[in-house]
Design a protein around this ligand. Structure first.
Ligand code: NAD
Length: 354
C-alpha cells in the first residue's frame, strides 16, 4: 500500500517468454504488420542468426553479422544502408546489448520496428536508450522509437553465454534495479519489478556458476534481466550510475566490473536517505542487510572488490569526485564532495562501505 502520489507510464511493449519461444518469431513479425526483416547479430553469433533467419523463411532478407561493441557510427551507417538496400520493413536483433544497440541505431534513422531475441542479461531490449560511438565518444540518447516492439526471451538462446559474461551482465542488471528501488520517478510497480528482478538474478547467478547449462537458472536469469532492463528504461538512475559513467568514461575502466565494485558503496551513501529501498534489496537477497548481501554475492561470483583491482589510478580520485558533483542529477541524498571523495577512497581500497 502507498499513500504517495505517483505516475506509472507503461509504454507498449510485447514480451514473449519461454523455452523454444524463438519458434514464434515469424508469427510475431506478422503481428507487427511487417513482411520482411533483416536479421542482425555479431560475427560470433552468425550460426544463431542463420537459425533465426531459417525460422523466418521467406520473410528473412538475410543475416547481417555487423554488430560490434559500443555501436561505432560507421558500423551503424553501414547497417542502415544494408537495411535500406534490402527494402526490409523490420529488423530482428539476435544477441546482446551490442546487437540490440545496432538495431536501435538503424531504428533511430529509419523508424524500422525491432523484434529482439536477447542472449545476455544486459537489458537493452527493454529500454528506449541508445548509444553511438564516434571519435572515441559515446553519444547517448533516449527515444521510444528505438525500443524493441516485441521481445522474445528464449532461455535456450542464453545457455552458450560464457559464465564470465553471464556474471558481469547479471550484476550490471542488478545495479540498474537497485537504483530503481529509490528512483524519484519510480512507481510502486517499478519498485516491485526491481525487487523481483534482483531476487531472480541473485538466485540464478550462483546456480549458473555451479552449472552454466542449468536451463532453469538460465530462465530465472533472463526473467530477472527482463525486469531489471524494464526498470532501467522507465526510471531515472542516480549516484551509482553517475559514478560509473564518470569513472568508466574518464579512466576507461571495464563497465560491468566497475558496476559490481561501486554498487555497495553508492547504496551505502544513500542508505539513510532511502531506508525502504535498502529493505527491499535485503528482502530480494534473502538477508537482513542488503549491502552485506550484495558484497557476499559478488564474492561468491568471484567479482573484483576494489577500483584499484580493475585499473583505477589513485591520482584520478580527486578528479572523479569533482566530476561526480559537477552536474546535478536526482539522488536520494544530497551530493557533497567530501563524503563522495571518502566513498571513492573506500571503493579504491576495497574496504567495507558501511
Ligand atoms: P555484447 O552484446 O557486447 O556481447 C558480448 C559478446 O558475447 C559478443 O561477442 C557476443 O557475440 C557474445 N554473446 C552474446 N550472447 C551470447 C551467447 N548467448 N552465447 C555466446 N556468446 C554470446 O554484451 P552485452 O553485455 O549484452 O552488451 C553490452 C553493450 O550493451 C554495451 O555497449 C552497453 O553499453 C550496452 N547496453 C545498452 C543498454 C541500453 O539500454 N541501451 C543497456 C545495457 C547495456
Amino acid at each position: 500500500m502507498t499513500t504517495q502520489a505517483f505516475i506509472h507510464d507503461e509504454p507498449a511493449s510485447r514480451v514473449i517468454f519461454g523455452c523454444g519461444s524463438r519458434q514464434q518469431v515469424a508469427t510475431e513479425l506478422d503481428a507487427l504488420g511487417a513482411r520482411r526483416a533483416l536479421v542482425l547479430t555479431t560475427p560470433d553469433q552468425v550460426a544463431l542468426g542463420e537459425s533465426i533467419a531459417a525460422l523466418l523463411g521467406e520473410r528473412s532478407a538475410g543475416v547481417y553479422p555487423g554488430a560490434v561493441m559500443h555501436v561505432p557510427l560507421e558500423a551503424a551507417r553501414k547497417a542502415l544502408d544494408v537495411a535500406r538496400e534490402c527494402g526490409v520493413d523490420a529488423c530482428v536483433a539476435v544477441g546482446g546489448g551490442s546487437t540490440i544497440g545496432l538495431a536501435k541505431a538503424i531504428a533511430l534513422e529509419s523508424s524500422l520496428p525491432i523484434i529482439a531475441l536477447p542472449t545476455t542479461y544486459a537489458g537493452s531490449e527493454m529500454t528506449p536508450l541508445y548509444g553511438i560511438t564516434s571519435d572515441g565518444q559515446k553519444q547517448t540518447g533516449r527515444d521510444w522509437k528505438v525500443a524493441p516492439r516485441t521481445v522474445i526471451y528464449d532461455p535456450e538462446l542464453s545457455v552458450s553465454l560464457p559464465l564470465a559474461i553471464s556474471v558481469s551482465s547479471g550484476m550490471n542488471a542488478i545495479a540498474h534495479a537497485a537504483e530503481g528501488l529509490y528512483a524519484h520517478n519510480a512507481s510502486p510497480v517499478h519498485r516491485l519489478m526491481a525487487e523481483e528482478g534482483i531476487r531472480a538474478l541473485a538466485k540464478a547467478l550462483p546456480a549458473l556458476q555451479r552449472d552454466p547449462g542449468d536451463l532453469e537458472a538460465r530462465g530465472n536469469a533472463l526473467y530477472g534481466a527482463w525486469l531489471c532492463g524494464a526498470v532501467l528504461g522507465r526510471v531515472q538512475m542516480g549516484l551509482h550510475h553517475k559514478l560509473c559513467h564518470v569513472l568508466g568514461g574518464s579512466f576507461n575502466l571495464p563497465h560491468a566490473e566497475l558496476h559490481t565494485v561501486m554498487l555497495p558503496h553508492a547504496l551505502a551513501y544513500n542508505a539513510e536517505a532511502a531506508p525502504q529501498a535498502l529493505q527491499a534489496l535485503a528482502r530480494a537477497l534473502g538477508t537482513d542487510d542488503g549491502i552485506a548481501g550484495l558484497i557476499e554475492l559478488g564474492q561468491r561470483l568471484g567479482a573484483p572488490r576494489s577500483l584499484q583491482q580493475i585499473g583505477m589510478p589513485a591520482h584520478g580520485l580527486e578528479r572523479a569526485a569533482d566530476l561526480a558533483v559537477a552536474a546535478p542529477y536526482p539522488n536520494p541524498r544530497a551530493l557533497e564532495r567530501t563524503p563522495l571523495r571518502a566513498l571513492l577512497q573506500r571503493a579504491f581500497d576495497g574496504v567495507d562501505p558501511r
